[in-house]
Design a protein around this ligand. Structure first.
Ligand code: SAM
Length: 287
């Protein structure tokens, strides 16, 4: 059920989360056994719907050991007690951020964006042709560090020449608050922009740092279309919709069957009746 893709790469966050922890010379610095894993995995499942298989025990240890050091906590019994306590709320947020998998990239699975341009946008243009301010709503649910919503924004701007006249909005949400902040910032390693077609890269990104670690930023034309918000897909959704397209890609693969069903059932509510397009991948896909 878990993402079989390698756990490095991704324009932000992911590689940092999985840097090998060599500070203890290969031996575990903190005692961490199956009961700690089960307690934390159970919490993650309850809060976020994310189902971690037992073989993820090293990943969990490595991501949380750093945290124990930062907090000057001596062992995982104490850490679990902290998370379980009345004052545990901020640490639970940290824990969820630490244990999510945020692998993403610009124009990931490009055919979805071709579908957006050729089918979804074409249908919306037709249905809204008599409107002086055509309405378009797209949701990137599980947006990670932002390449997905920025890719959607590039496709919109490239395919709707008069987009400024439109009431067009992209909602980008993720449970990982650190990823939402990164996405809102919209600055990435220049290397990660290589998957953006060169004409779009020239038009929609600008170089903001040269040198050994060059960076690019998304231009304002894209930013003004996107609203970034933290949102747990398992909790109530404040927005009413309807949406013309919902991208929920590479998110539900981390859920078990009941969790996936819960979220997929909720997706059926906020879609525009004339044009409900929902994309998700692995285990289920509807286009
Ligand atoms: C692998 S990334 C996929 C990013 C992007 N959709 C893509 O396909 O490139 C999965 C994202 O889902 C988010 N996620 C996991 N569980 C979630 C939940 N319960 N509610 C909202 N987002 C969640 C994670 O934080 C992570 O950023």
């Amino acid at each position: 059920m878990l993402d079989p893709s390698p756990s490095s790469a991704g324009p932000a966050g992911r590689s940092l989360k999985d840097q090998i922890d060599t500070s203890s010379g290969g031996r575990r610095e903190f005692n961490f056994d199956r009961k700690h894993f089960d307690f934390i995995a159970g919490l993650l499942y309850k809060l976020a719907g994310i189902s971690l298989a037992p073989h993820k025990i090293e990943m969990m240890y490595s991501r949380l050991a750093r945290r124990l050091r930062e907090l000057n906590i001596k062992d995982f019994d104490t850490y679990c007690a902290l998370v379980d306590s009345e004052n545990g709320e901020p640490e639970i947020r940290f824990l969820v951020n630490a244990l999510t998998t945020n692998l993403t990239s610009f124009f990931r699975e490009q055919h979805h964006f071709e579908h957006l341009a050729k089918t979804t946008l074409a249908a919306v243009k037709t249905s809204q042709s008599s409107s002086s301010k055509p309405r378009l709503r797209i949701w990137s649910a599980g947006c990670s560090s932002g390449p997905e919503p920025y890719t959607i924004a590039m496709v919109l701007c490239a395919n709707i020449p008069d987009i400024r006249r439109w009431d067009a909005k992209i909602l980008a949400t993720d449970i990982d608050t650190h990823m939402v902040d990164t996405a809102r910032r919209g600055i990435y390693a220049a290397e990660s922009a290589k998957t953006i077609p060169s004409d779009l890269r020239d038009r929609f990104t600008k170089r903001v740092r040269d040198g050994a670690e060059p960076e690019i930023a998304m231009v304002d034309e894209l930013r003004r279309l996107i609203t970034f918000k933290p949102l747990n897909l398992l909790e109530p959704w404040p927005m009413k919709g309807p949406f013309d397209a919902i991208f929920c890609r590479n998110v539900l693969i981390y859920f078990d069957r009941p969790g996936r069903t819960t979220v997929i059932d909720k997706f059926s509510i906020p879609c525009s009746p004339q044009n409900p397009k929902i994309l998700w991948r692995n285990n289920s896909k509807v286009i």
